[in-house]
Design a protein around this ligand. Structure first.
Ligand code: AMP
Length: 646
């Protein structure tokens, strides 16, 4: 139904690039506007829209040029490329499935959890991806070890994956050929800016960097007040090694990212109490490292109190992400939050929780929620020498003593000559304890020796008592200066959209051919279908009037007057698009200006005047009334006599 389709299809398409059709585009827009309402508007975030093309220097500083990579290996004979962790995962899963089959055949009882993807489509796909599933019993200890490896597969780096490939003789499943040791492959698309080609650039791999680089402007815009959050919705690009699973792993996708800037000494959140009782399913790192995948159900408040989630701000966002998922219609039982393992964590993060949604492809990371500490602001500030920090006037001045070194300019400069400046910098930045040691030597021997490295005057230098004065001084500080930490919830809109389609999909109990997408009205691409009972000419005017009135009330409405299809068929094909309401114009309309209103999931209908039905639809779409309320107030129409279903 053209929710989405491969881009450039008539040229054969390119893996990992998709176009959204009218339905998918409307669905995506609705998700984004609900996201903006839930986060940007309700939390008063500062939304920005920054450049996609990014100079290489920025991404070098952020660490992406060096570290934004996946591990890749190649079939040694035909050159086929694999993402190393996916290959290992698929092959080991296929072996465990083979083991389960052999055990079942031998009459052994096999726990469903023992086969990673036992019944779902992923298992069928693995048969191809991980090779044919052959019923081969493994030793109990080997099977247990494979399960444990799979539970923490994301924790392996290239070396670890290479060892697994050798140890378990993992080969290309379709050829049986050996594969090479994993090598790093950078995921960024490289480009050049301007006609000379000398300014190297990349398409951004995330929307975060633009928000960091504008930190000082944002802080000023926020009247220097902390904490605050910025947000951005936009395209990001990643040259995935092997794009697959439709929208789940693509090379160009829409992200919605929040950067919440917070005082590192106070990671409380002013609205934490609003989410503390929200119950979520968590899969902490400790559980995964024990080789288990069973989540715990716990409130956000308890999870933070027990130190499972590192701090209140991170906990607050886990709670808010959960509430957003519920608001758009994700199934509660198919959502969990998984903590990143140490090696899996992005190069900048110090704690990270992924919102994972279960689909027929298994558990899919849809939102990453990371504590990026002060990493980004610090590296950009160091590189550019621009201050990216907060200066806060202290309520009470801070008075403290500190051991400091002052130089006696008359002797210091002339004695050390060109080494004077580096030696001075060394002494001024030395930790207090080391300075104290130098002072002791000066007092005892009259001189001390220091060694410089990485300066223009590397080597040993001697300082004498008359060159410096090292003593304790009292300081009064009125302003505290600090680099904020950043908590970053990062949403992949395409993955959420796809998962939502799966969770909303069902077929009618009485007819498997009739598919329904039970989108909530706020999410549904089209809110109201308007259709005539037949293609009688007298229906045309009321149809057009109703459509115009709905649209001018902000309700996206579509007319389906295809004469060739029965009314039941037309209801059915709009159920497939997830359109929640349908207004039908029939012969009675001309007599008394009434129409019928049908709801998609119940297929029940009521009748009312055109005026009241239009108001009802508007209220149903905005959420100010529900279909249950409507059913309580109106009599049901007998569909056999009115706008017949078939
Ligand atoms: P990350 O910065 O890697 O944590 O990614 C943030 C979010 O972007 C993830 O949670 C996904 O929802 C989404 N995402 C990342 N890579 C892809 C991809 N190749 N295709 C679609 N969505 C992606």
């Amino acid at each position: 139904r053209f929710f989405y389709a491969p881009s450039f299809g008539i040229y054969g398409g390119v893996a990992g690039l998709y176009d959204f059709g009218p339905t998918g585009t409307a669905l995506q827009q609705n998700l984004i506007s609900m996201w903006r309402q839930h986060f940007v508007i309700e939390e008063d975030m500062l939304e920005v829209d920054c450049s996609i093309m990014t100079p290489a220097e920025v991404l070098k500083t952020s660490g992406h040029v060096e570290k934004f990579a996946d591990w890749m290996c190649k079939d040694t004979k035909n050159g086929e490329i694999f993402r190393a962790d996916h290959l290992v995962e698929a092959v080991l899963e296929a072996r465990l499935e083979g083991d389960a089959l052999a055990r079942k055949a031998a009459g052994e009882k096999v726990a469903e959890a023992a086969t990673p993807a036992a019944d779902d489509k992923k298992a069928k796909k693995n048969k191809k991806k991980g090779g044919p599933v052959v019923a081969t019993k493994l030793d109990d200890a080997v099977a247990e070890e494979l399960r444990s490896i799979l539970a923490q597969i994301d924790n392996y780096d290239g070396k670890g994956l290479g060892e697994l490939i050798t140890r378990f003789d993992i080969r290309n499943p379709s050829t049986g050929n050996e594969v090479t040791a994993p090598v790093e492959f950078n995921l960024m698309f490289e480009s050049s800016i301007g006609p000379t080609g000398q300014l190297k650039g990349y398409l951004r791999p995330e929307t975060a960097q633009g928000q960091f680089l504008n930190f000082s402007r944002l802080l000023e815009f926020n009247n220097q007040k902390m904490p605050f959050a910025s947000a951005m919705v936009g395209r990001s690009f990643r040259n995935e090694i092997s794009p697959r699973s439709g929208l789940l792993r693509v090379r160009e996708f829409t992200m919605a990212e929040i950067e919440h800037f917070v005082d590192p000494l106070d990671k409380n959140h002013p609205r934490f109490d609003e989410v503390k009782d929200v119950e979520v399913r968590l899969l902490p790192g400790t559980v995964q490292l024990a080789g288990k995948t069973e989540p715990i159900t716990i409130t956000i408040g308890e999870a933070v109190a027990q130190g499972i989630i590192d701090n209140k701000t991170l906990g607050y966002f886990v709670g808010r992400i959960y509430l957003f998922m519920m608001a758009i219609g994700i199934n509660h039982d198919l959502l969990r939050f998984r903590q990143h393992l140490q090696n899996e964590m992005a190069h900048y993060a110090c704690d990270c929780w992924d919102a994972e949604i279960k689909t027929s492809y298994g558990w899919i990371e849809c939102v990453g929620c990371a504590d990026r500490s002060a990493y980004d602001l610090t590296v950009h500030a160091n590189k550019t020498k621009e201050k990216l920090c907060v200066r806060e006037t202290l309520p009470e001045p801070r008075v403290y003593d500190k051991l400091v070194c002052e130089t006696n300019k008359k002797v210091f400069g002339p004695t050390l000559k060109k080494a004077a400046k580096p030696v001075q910098t060394y002494l001024e930045t030395l930790p207090e304890a080391e300075l104290a040691k130098i002072n002791e030597q000066l007092l005892a021997d009259g001189l001390a020796k220091i060694t410089l490295t990485g300066t223009i005057a590397d080597g040993e230098h001697t300082i004498t008592k008359d060159m410096v004065d090292i003593s304790t001084k009292t300081f009064t500080e009125h302003v505290r200066e600090y680099t904020p930490n950043v908590i970053e919830p990062s949403f992949g809109i395409g993955r959420i959209l796809y998962s939502l389609i799966e969770h909303s999909f069902s077929v009618r109990a009485d007819d498997e051919q009739r598919a329904v997408l039970s989108f909530k009205p706020a999410v549904a691409p089209f809110k109201c279908l308007i259709l005539p009972l037949s293609n009688h000419a007298s229906f045309e005017q009321p149809l057009r009037d109703i459509a115009r009135r709905l649209r001018s009330n902000g309700v996206p409405a579509r007319v389906d007057d295809a004469a060739s299809a029965s009314i039941g068929r037309r209801y059915a094909r709009n159920d497939e698009l997830g359109t929640p309401f349908a207004i039908t114009v029939d012969f009675q309309t001309a007599q008394d200006q009434t129409v019928t209103l049908r709801e998609r999931d119940t297929t029940k209908q009521i009748r009312g005047s055109t005026d009241e039905i239009i108001v009802l639809v508007k209220d149903l779409v905005s959420g100010s009334t529900t279909w249950d309320d409507v059913l309580g107030k109106y009599e049901l129409v007998d569909t056999a006599t009115a706008a017949d279903e078939e």
